[in-house]
Design a protein around this ligand. Structure first.
Ligand code: ZN
Length: 368
């Protein structure tokens, strides 16, 4: 029934995805984000009982529907990495088996799958949907509203794209460090010995940082940006360095965090200030295991192929909810490929099965 009902909604899902994709919404463009929220709220208003609300959270719009602190939270984002105007270069294309357009895979199709799943369910009393608009830049504004929304939750479904067809049961955690070095300027020819070279301090850290990686554990430490100096003949009095750290476990993130904070400068008069730290903790397999086992059962009941699972390097809001101790299943959104890439596309054939899986899993959890 669930699958047949979902199949019957497929054309409507394609049309709704088209509306969202054609309303471009880069994270940095607040007006664009407000417009896409309006479109999403209108689609929800047409398909679901009860109104969707657009709320302002730390100056950013979010869309909410259903219980504010539900037992099962459906979570997604409406922002994309594509600047307004990309649609002219990468137009919305819908054929009978593929959808293309900026943000279609990450994750406007996933948003529609989530809404369709809600529309398929008879009882959505204890379910809520939350769509944010700053996921692509790390969810700094919406982090609080997500944490608030999961207070009573037994489960969070994250409608980020699937990895191939697989659910994402492990995600690397991300940490970032913005490190400012202070020194003292001096003429590089007349009296360099009176200077304190901030660039040199940064460079020493950069060369050591590479050794903080842990290849067997696949922890990476990548210096990504370095700025220093004012003129070609001045000892630099400041330098600024950014480090990107990724790890499969919170333990590894903490290990690197300690090493960064214990760093000792070469020159006694040099200074160092660190901002940043562990940003999104790793999504470890334990938080997804039970939900993944249940989605296997739901797939079998629906007569769908057995779902597979994957570990991926990129972080999402699923990292936040898992770190808060809420069982989280990520990658519940569209099947396709090319997140953040020109060839981004979504499979039409998989839209209905994904919506049926989400609805079936939510029903199963709420029945317990
Ligand atoms: Zn995403």
């Amino acid at each position: 029934m669930l699958l047949a009902d979902a199949q019957a909604r497929r054309d409507a899902m394609v049309a709704a995805i088209g509306e969202l994709v054609q309303c471009e919404s880069p994270t940095s463009d607040l007006d664009a984000c407000r417009r896409v929220c309006t479109v999403a709220a209108r689609i929800m208003g047409g398909w679901l009982d009860g109104p969707a609300h657009i709320e302002d959270v730390s100056g950013r719009p979010v869309v909410r529907w259903g219980a504010p602190q539900p037992r099962v939270l459906f979570l997604g984002h409406l922002d994309t990495v594509w600047p307004v105007g990309t649609i002219e270069r990468l137009p919305w294309v819908a054929t009978c088996d593929r959808l293309q357009g900026p943000g279609v895979f990450d994750m406007k199709a996933g948003v529609v799958i989530a809404i369709a799943a809600l529309a398929l369910m008879d009882d959505t009393t204890d379910i809520g949907l939350l769509l944010t608009t700053d996921e692509e830049t790390g969810s700094s504004a919406s982090r609080g509203v997500i944490t608030e929304a999961i207070k009573r939750a037994d489960a969070v479904f994250v409608f980020e794209p699937a990895a191939g067809e697989a659910f994402k049961t492990r995600r690397k955690g991300t940490s970032w460090y913005d490190i400012t070095f202070g020194g003292r300027a001096a003429h590089a020819g007349l009296d360099p010995q009176r200077g304190v070279n901030a660039l040199l301090e940064a460079a020493l850290l950069v060369t050591d940082a590479v050794t903080w990686a842990n290849p067997p554990a696949e922890t990476t430490v990548t210096p990504t940006m370095l700025q220093a100096g004012t003129t070609a003949n001045t000892v630099p009095d400041s330098a600024r360095l950014t480090l990107d750290v990724r790890a499969w476990s919170a333990d590894e993130q903490e290990r690197v965090d300690e090493v960064v904070r214990e760093w000792r400068l070469l020159h006694p008069e040099a200074s160092m200030q660190i901002s940043g730290g562990i940003d999104r903790a790793a999504l470890e397999a334990e938080s997804s295991a039970a939900l993944f086992a249940q989605v296997q059962q739901v797939a079998a009941d629906l007569g769908l192929p057995a779902p597979t699972e994957a570990a991926v390097g990129g972080a999402s809001d699923g990292n936040l909810t898992a770190a808060a101790g809420i069982p989280t299943l990520d990658g519940m959104g569209a099947v396709g490929d090319g997140a953040h890439a020109d060839h981004e596309w979504v499979s039409v054939h998989d839209l209905a099965p994904r919506a049926a899986l989400a609805a079936g899993l939510a029903q199963r959890l709420l029945a317990d």
